[in-house]
Design a binder for this molecule. Structure first.
Ligand code: ATP
Ligand code: MG
Length: 208
């Protein structure tokens, strides 16, 4: 590489460093936030669990409620179980509840599903009031609004009223505008391509 390119690169990095330093100077608040991971692309639940493992690495306690596909055995939950981290209530490092229905197409009928959703939500509400949980992960929560199982006002109230230091991660497609408005960080994952459509089967360790 010629010397002028190297010099321009050094100058570019110097400018970048100054921009990052200025941004860090501006961002001084430590507080819990609401993170919304939505869109049709793959990577919402796995990203949320990535953040959960990150929090556990710092010794934080976390709560997880899985709406919809929670009773299906996934690697991320089995791993926590094998590590002895999963349980219910204050003794557990990861306070965990899975909604009692299977996949969305395995519906038990609207009323039974609504009852299961309300039970799962009561666990979520308990977690959102527990200041010893630094992180609460509400996986596939968006569908509970979409299907009319839960009321948006109650949901917003519980999330807004949580302890100031608690971070909430919400995942799921088709997030309601109220959730988009509420979240401090929103990532919308685009479905640019997915191997499933080329005939590749959902695989353990990659898809569940
Ligand atoms: P992941 O759990 O892999 O992070 P996700 O949470 O973003 O995925 P969901 O909509 O919850 O996606 O779907 C869960 C399952 O469906 C996963 O097995 C995932 O691989 C698969 N999946 C996700 N997006 C797509 C897609 N666009 N087309 C086909 N299958 C998908
Ligand atoms: Mg998901």
């Amino acid at each position: 590489m010629d010397e002028s390119f190297k010099l321009a690169h050094a100058q570019r990095m110097q400018r970048k460093k100054a921009t990052v330093a200025a941004a860090m100077e501006r961002s001084q608040t430590l507080q819990g936030i609401v993170v919304l991971l939505t869109g049709n692309g793959k990577g919402k639940t796995t990203s949320a669990f990535g953040t959960l493992y990150r929090a556990l690495g710092h010794g934080h306690r976390a709560g997880v409620v899985q709406f919809i596909s929670g009773t299906h055995c996934t690697g991320e939950v089995t791993f926590l179980q094998h590590m002895g981290l999963l349980g219910q209530g204050r003794q557990a490092q990861v306070d965990y509840h899975a909604m009692a229905t299977g996949f969305s197409w395995d519906s038990q009928g609207w009323s039974a599903d609504k009852a299961a959703a309300e039970l799962a939500w009561s666990q979520a509400r308990r977690m959102l009031a527990d200041a010893s949980l630094q992180l609460v992960l509400l996986d596939e929560l968006t569908f509970m609004l979409q299907y009319g199982y839960l009321a948006v006002a109650e949901l917003l109230q519980a999330i807004k009223g949580r302890p100031a230091s608690q971070t909430v991660i919400i995942t799921g497609r088709a997030a309601a505008p109220e959730l988009l408005a509420l979240a401090d960080t929103v990532s919308e994952i685009a479905d640019t391509r997915h191997a499933f459509r080329a005939g590749v089967k959902a695989q353990p360790g990659v898809d569940f």
